[in-house]
Design a binder for this molecule. Structure first.
Ligand code: HEM
Length: 162
């Protein structure tokens, strides 16, 4: 019945870490749920990034559930999320403008729904992940970004005489 000792150790270390992160930041699962739900409400109604989500996500509840697990893993290091976000983003028709808007909405929601220290904890992590997704998307489109450079897709093809 009992787990192997090193599994027990790992599980005990994990829950100690989660407790420590919760104590330091005040973040818990209820706060994560408030942040995620409020954020995607804004996302869905947004003219810049809303359509990218609404064209692809037909069932929102499973997506919200995944995102709560994701943020639990990222913010509390709970290990609750087991997906791989990068491949899901590589085919999306997005660039720096979409990431800027995503972060703007995320930051506004975090500052509105979380105490300041917790909000900054979420925002710092979101910024880092957004940067790495943008880098990945640029790479998937054959563009190698220099440090700090942003990925901007060429606008509509222009032909002489138009
Ligand atoms: C331009 C900004 C973004 C857009 C338009 C976008 C859009 C999407 C869409 C449409 C999906 C669903 C894909 C699918 O299930 O096939 C998705 C999944 C996901 N997104 Fe984003 N995203 C953006 C930025 C971000 C950022 C900055 C993060 C993290 C901080 C993030 C985290 C995730 C995660 C974890 C999933 C996968 C959930 C799962 O495992 O099912 N996204 N995103």
């Amino acid at each position: 019945m009992s787990e192997a000792p090193d599994h027990q150790d790992a599980a005990a270390r994990r829950s100690a870490m989660v407790e420590q992160m919760q104590a330091e930041t005040g973040i818990d699962e209820a706060m994560i749920a408030r942040l995620v739900d409020g954020f995607y409400e804004r996302v869905r109604a947004d003219p810049v990034i809303g359509p990218v989500f609404n064209d692809r996500i037909t069932a929102w509840e499973p997506h919200l559930q995944q995102m709560r697990l994701f943020w639990s893993s990222v913010a509390l290091m709970s290990g609750a999320y087991h997906g791989r976000p990068m491949p899901k983003h590589l085919p999306l028709p997005v660039d720096a403008r979409h990431f800027d808007r995503w972060l703007e909405l995320f930051e506004a929601t975090a500052r509105e729904r979380c105490p300041p220290l917790a909000a900054e904890h979420f925002i710092e992590r979101a910024q880092r992940i957004a940067e790495s997704l943008e880098l990945g998307i640029a790479g998937a489109n054959g563009v190698l970004l220099a440090k700090g450079e942003r990925y901007v897709r060429p606008t509509e093809a222009w032909s002489p005489g138009e």
